[in-house]
Design a binder for this molecule. Structure first.
Ligand code: ATP
Length: 574
């Protein structure tokens, strides 16, 4: 009955034990309330004066007050416990997502990850505050009350005992139905999050293609499905509350009827009958509480399950930490028979039998048709992806991925579509070098051909760019990423993935003359379709269908008239 995932949250066990102890205390107070109230009423019934019952009434009120105080303190503690623990879960989720890398987020869907980390965590907080006390109350309070009822009237005790499993059975049946519905609802919710973000991101394209109306209907359709799934979960929730209320009320009524008969036949005194009758609804109350909140907690339970599924995902294998000082002429990188799949279940390998070796500094061009695996190779070198077997050797260390601190500390990666943070242009440029001076930033800006752009910006370098702020063109964004590279000369390994794809020929030519000196005394991997860069490269890798089909210097490849030559001809023909 208890969600196993709860035990993966820190301190759940001691909290549950503490709550169980509180449950016993609560049950004793409930009994105290019923006992002293019945005592006072039966004494009054038997003709005693009100003044003579002040002690009983006083104890009744003390029990009542203590219950409220206990509930208040418990809720306060649980609020802060749930808040702290959900914060921990969020942190664990974010840490894990960072370790799993961008490919994981792409697979799961950014929208889904964002809602999971924001709204999902709020649902977990709600789940923890509701579910923990309800479970413990349900497991403790009815049994303490039942023992007491048996001491007062065995027949009433038997009735309560018999009805309890029937109600539990109903709860289980309806709970399963509700869970199935809630699972569907959660799937709908994930789909909706991803779809909504996807549509927002693609708004420009959709508008351009005249498809925005169609997509609007699509988003509407998905949100309608989600609404229907929610309503159908609610129907089950309402049905189960009704069923539970019906059964408990009926059972209390049966107890009352039997007690009434006994009273009329003179087989029982008013005091025990009244105590039993007052306690009967309290016997069922924890069950009703649990059931009425059960549905409200299903979302939280589902999110917790999804987050733990992510936390259990296999990470890049731990490697002995590579100790690599600044990359130098003496260092070497070797890939031997390297294969890679994006998805473990996929049958096709994205990179296959990659063999390549390099020592020291150098400029390595990576060319190939679209989809040939250039970006994948660059991502592997950036430590975002993992090879199937340990087939990467950095100096003497063999590894299957390059997510190694001393490698990544030297890395500078300029992707096809660089990410620009919502921050000033200046902060975006000095991303790898937060301490860089204004003067150095301006030099980098000039070398990246951004000077004119900076002059046109309303607040120059201080202009806030990125989402929700001043928008830059694709080419300008790429130049911001290149300026980052100009600014940080300490990073020895430079990875470029189509860094000039969005630039016009003139701007690219200008940039090329400033970028090439930057490549000196660095290890550079430069993936591109623009073949004029290849003349400047020391070595070229030609990729096709995930394999390096040819490699060598520019002159060697030109003379060979093999795959590179074919590729050049193919591009000319396009
Ligand atoms: N995140 C991903 N998950 C699964 N498959 C992927 C992913 N990214 C790329 N692929 C697949 O891997 C193969 C190689 O893609 P890659 O992006 O490396 O090619 P590329 O040569 O860089 O192409 P382009 O020049 O168009 O950027 C393609 O078949 C692509 O569909």
């Amino acid at each position: 009955m208890i969600d196993k995932n709860l035990f993966r949250i820190d301190k759940t066990r001691p909290v549950l034990i503490g709550l169980a102890g509180l449950g016993v205390l609560q049950a004793l107070l409930i009994i105290g309330q019923a006992y002293f109230l019945s005592k006072a009423i039966s004494a009054l019934w038997n003709g005693s004066s009100v003044a003579s019952q002040t002690t009983e009434m006083g104890i009744f009120f003390i029990c009542f007050l203590l219950r409220q105080v206990l509930n208040f303190l418990r809720d306060r503690y649980l609020d802060s416990y749930a808040y702290e623990q959900s914060k921990v879960v969020r942190q664990q989720l974010l840490d894990k997502v960072f370790r799993l890398g961008p490919n994981f987020v792409q697979k799961e869907g950014t929208g889904n990850m964002v809602t999971m980390a924001i709204e999902g965590i709020a649902q977990i907080e709600n789940y923890l505050t509701l579910i923990l006390p309800k479970i413990t109350n349900m497991m403790v309070i009815p049994w303490v009350i039942l023992i007491f009822v048996f001491t007062q009237d065995i027949r009433s005790g038997i009735i309560l005992l018999l009805v309890f499993p029937i109600i539990i059975l109903f709860m289980i049946i309806l709970g399963y139905a509700a869970r199935a519905k809630a699972d569907r609802q959660y799937e709908g919710y994930q789909l909706l999050s991803n779809h909504f973000l996807d549509s927002l991101r693609g708004l420009e394209t959709l508008n351009f293609l005249g498809l925005s109306k169609k997509y609007e209907k699509n988003v509407y359709g998905i949100s309608e499905d989600y609404r229907k799934a929610t309503m159908s979960t609610l129907k089950i929730a309402i049905l189960s509350t009704f069923a539970l209320d019906f059964f408990t009320t009926l059972s209390v009524a049966i107890v009352a009827v039997f007690l009434g008969f006994k009273l009329m036949n003179g087989e029982m005194m008013l005091f025990p009958a009244l105590t039993t009758l007052i306690l009967a609804p309290d016997f069922f109350l924890p069950l009703r509480d649990f059931s009425s909140d059960y549905h409200a907690t299903l979302d939280g339970g589902n999110t917790l399950k999804s987050i733990f599924n992510i936390l259990d995902k296999k990470e890049f294998e731990e490697q002995e930490n590579l100790s690599l000082d600044a990359w130098s002429e003496a260092d070497s990188l070797t890939l031997t028979g390297l294969t890679l799949k994006y998805d473990e279940e996929a049958t096709e390998k994205t990179l296959e039998d990659i063999n390549f070796s390099w020592k020291g500094y150098g400029k390595i061009g990576v060319v190939g048709l679209s989809g040939s695996g250039k970006s994948t190779l660059i991502k592997l070198l950036g430590g975002f992806l993992e090879a199937e077997e340990p087939s990467i050797r950095v100096n003497s260390q063999l590894t299957n991925h390059l997510r190694l601190k001393s490698w990544q500390d030297q890395l500078l990666y300029v992707p096809q579509d660089p990410y620009i943070f919502h921050a000033s242009l200046k902060d975006n440029i000095r991303f790898y070098q937060p301490q860089a001076s204004e003067r150095d930033i301006l030099i980098a800006v000039e070398r990246a051909g951004l000077l004119e752009v900076v002059k046109d910006l309303p607040e120059g370098l201080e202009t806030i760019i990125g989402e929700g702020a001043h928008a830059l063109s694709g080419g300008q964004l790429q130049r911001v990423a290149i300026a980052r590279a100009f600014l940080d000369n300490n990073r020895q390994i430079l990875l470029f993935d189509e860094p000039t794809a969005h630039l016009d020929v003139e701007t690219e030519a200008e940039l090329k003359s400033t970028m090439l000196p930057l490549f000196e005394n660095h290890l550079v991997f430069f993936a591109t379709h623009r073949l004029h860069w290849m003349k400047e490269m020391d070595y070229i890798l030609v990729m096709k269908d995930g394999q390096i089909v040819e490699q060598g210097t520019y002159t060697e490849l030109r003379q060979k008239k093999g795959a590179y030559h074919e590729f050049v001809e193919q591009l000319k023909g396009e």
